[in-house]
Design a protein around this ligand. Structure first.
Ligand code: AP5
Length: 214
């Protein structure tokens, strides 16, 4: 089953995709995580996308499509997949359909995590992540036991470069202009379920499991 989590920055896509991975053994494909890993490694791809991501703009469709293509081709058709942060515009959604069609696959279900944008600034400015193991925290909503230290591996938590208030405002605009039309695209295909993202994470998870029939 190929599933997509849609939603603005901070709506909880990454949080929920990790639950799908841990509890239901989904393959979690996050284009944002892949691009940040390239930046951390200092690879040619990382150097190319670093400034674009820091400004909160989208990187080119070709780049993200190549990343997803490689992962989907190596994962095999039997794996349940959750796409987090991809597709991000209509061109990417159509390319994904073409890519899947070539392997006789389709997007099976899409969940749109919806939330009042005013809540997102606090969520994102308070987000902290562990660069060593990838665990996510929030200074207020999900604080680590020891300030600045990862509960899972003891690594030092960091704040993402694009989680400043000015860049968040720009990322939300990009979402409205380029990504939100995907809601209608998937609704017209009869694939869309809407989930209230302002609930506690466990309640959001419950609705996503229900929407995916798992
Ligand atoms: P990406 O990494 O995809 O970031 P994003 O879409 O902006 O989403 P976020 O990761 O910020 O938020 P999220 O919804 O995952 O929220 P989270 O669960 O972490 O993209 C980054 C950049 O990469 C883009 O700007 C672009 O440059 C590039 N890029 C990536 N994909 C691309 C593509 N396909 N095409 C082109 N460019 C691309 O939660 C946020 C915080 O809230 C956390 O602290 C969490 O603990 C907390 N939280 C989560 N759920 C709840 C809840 N229910 N209640 C309270 N707090 C919660």
């Amino acid at each position: 089953m190929i599933t997509v989590l849609l939603g603005p920055p901070g709506s909880g896509k990454g949080t929920q995709a990790k639950v799908l991975k841990e509890e239901k053994h989904f393959l979690h494909l996050s284009t944002g995580d892949m691009l940040r890993a390239a930046i951390q490694q200092g690879s040619p791809l990382g150097l190319k996308v670093k400034d674009i991501m820091a400004r909160g703009e989208l990187v080119s469709d070709d780049i993200v499509l190549a990343l997803i293509k490689e992962k989907l081709e190596t994962s095999g058709a039997k794996t349940n997949v959750v796409l987090d942060g991809f597709p991000r515009n209509l061109a990417q959604a159509k390319s994904l359909d073409d890519l899947l069609r070539s392997s006789s696959m389709i997007v099976d279900k899409v969940v749109s995590i919806e939330i009042d944008p005013r809540e997102l600034i606090e969520r994102l400015t308070g987000r902290r992540t562990c660069p060593t193991c990838g665990a996510g925290f929030h200074v207020k909503f999900q604080p680590p036991k020891k300030d600045g230290i990862c509960d899972s591996c003891g690594g030092s938590l960091v704040q993402r470069k694009d989680d400043t208030e000015t860049v968040i405002v720009d990322r939300l605009k990009v979402f409205e202009q380029q990504t939100s039309p995907l809601r209608e695209y998937y609704q017209n295909k009869g694939l869309l379920a809407v989930v209230d993202g302002s609930q506690k994470p466990v309640a959001v998870t419950k609705e996503i499991f229900k929407a995916f029939g798992i």
